[in-house]
Design a protein around this ligand. Structure first.
Ligand SMILES: CC(C)(COP(=O)(O)OP(=O)(O)OC[C@H]1O[C@@H](n2cnc3c(N)ncnc32)[C@H](O)[C@@H]1OP(=O)(O)O)[C@@H](O)C(=O)NCCC(=O)NCCS
Length: 197
C-alpha cells in the first residue's frame, strides 16, 4: 500500500493530494494481494517491496468481489477515521463520487479484454527494466490462463506510464471526458488495451 501511495497521483506521490494513506490503499491496492494473490507479482530489494503488478483475469468477478470485500472497510474507515483525522480528503472522496459515469463501452471492453492490471514502481527503482519484467510475468501468467486480453486505466497526465504502455504493445482504446483528480480535471482518463490472442 506504501508503493501505491508513493505512485498514485498520475504516477507521482499522493501525499499533497490525499492524506489518508490507508484509505488510499483500501481503494486502489489492498483488494488484489488479499483476494487474488495468485495474480500479483512484486519486485523486491533485500526483502523490501519496491514495485508490483496487481490484477485479475476476470474484471466482472473482481468488481463484484471488490464491493463485497472492500466496500464495508472503505465506508468504516471513511466515517470513523478519515472524516475527522484527514478531513480535507472528504472533498476528494466527494469529487470521486460525483464524477460522471465513465463513457467507456464497459461491456465491449470486458468482452475483448477481460483482465485488468495496475503497475507501480518506487521512483528510485524506475527505468531499470523492472516494469518490463513485471509486465512480461503478468502477460505470461494471463496467457497460461487463456485470457483473451488485458485493459488498464491511466491519465493523460502520466508522462511515464503512457510511453511505457505503448512500448509494451498496448493501445489507447478510449479517452474519458474528465480526469479523476479535482485539482487536475483537464488530465483526462485513458483506457489502454492489448489483445493476447
Ligand atoms: C510506468 C512504470 C511502471 C514503468 O516502469 P519502469 O520499470 O520504470 O520501466 P522500464 O525501465 O521497464 O522501461 C520500459 C520502457 O518504458 C518507457 N518508459 C519508462 N519510463 C519512462 C519515462 N520516465 N519516460 C519516458 N518513457 C519511459 C521507455 O520506452 C522504456 O524503454 P527504454 O528505457 O528502453 O527507453 C514506472 O515508471 C512507474 O511505476 N511509474 C510510477 C507509477 C505509474 O505511473 N504507474 C502506472 C499507473 S497507470
Amino acid at each position: 500500500m506504501n508503493v501505491c501511495y508513493k505512485c498514485g497521483y498520475m504516477g507521482e506521490d499522493v501525499s499533497d493530494h490525499f492524506r489518508d494513506e490507508k484509505l488510499f490503499g483500501y481503494l486502489f491496492c489492498l483488494y488484489y494481494p488479499r483476494y487474488e494473490p495468485e495474480h500479483c507479482f512484486v519486485a523486491e530489494d533485500n526483502g523490501k517491496i519496491v514495485g508490483y503488478i496487481l490484477g485479475t483475469p476476470d474484471t466482472r468477478r473482481q468488481e463484484r468481489l471488490f464491493m463485497a470485500k472492500m466496500g464495508w472497510r472503505i465506508l468504516l474507515r471513511t466515517f470513523l477515521i478519515t472524516s475527522w483525522r484527514y478531513f480535507p480528503d472528504l472533498k476528494v472522496i466527494l469529487h470521486f463520487l460525483r464524477l460522471p459515469r465513465s463513457t467507456a463501452p464497459h461491456d465491449e471492453i470486458l468482452e475483448k479484454y477481460p483482465a485488468h492490471l495496475h503497475i507501480d514502481i518506487l521512483e528510485s527503482y524506475q527505468r531499470r527494466g523492472i516494469g518490463t519484467k513485471l509486465m512480461q510475468c503478468f502477460e505470461d501468467h494471463m496467457r497460461r490462463l487463456k485470457v483473451k486480453g488485458i485493459h488498464l486505466g491511466t491519465s493523460e497526465g502520466n508522462y511515464k506510464a503512457i510511453p511505457f504502455y505503448k512500448k509494451m504493445g498496448f493501445q489507447i482504446i478510449h479517452t474519458e471526458r474528465y480526469g479523476m483528480w479535482p485539482d487536475a480535471p483537464e488530465k483526462r482518463g485513458l483506457i489502454f488495451a492489448k489483445s493476447l490472442i
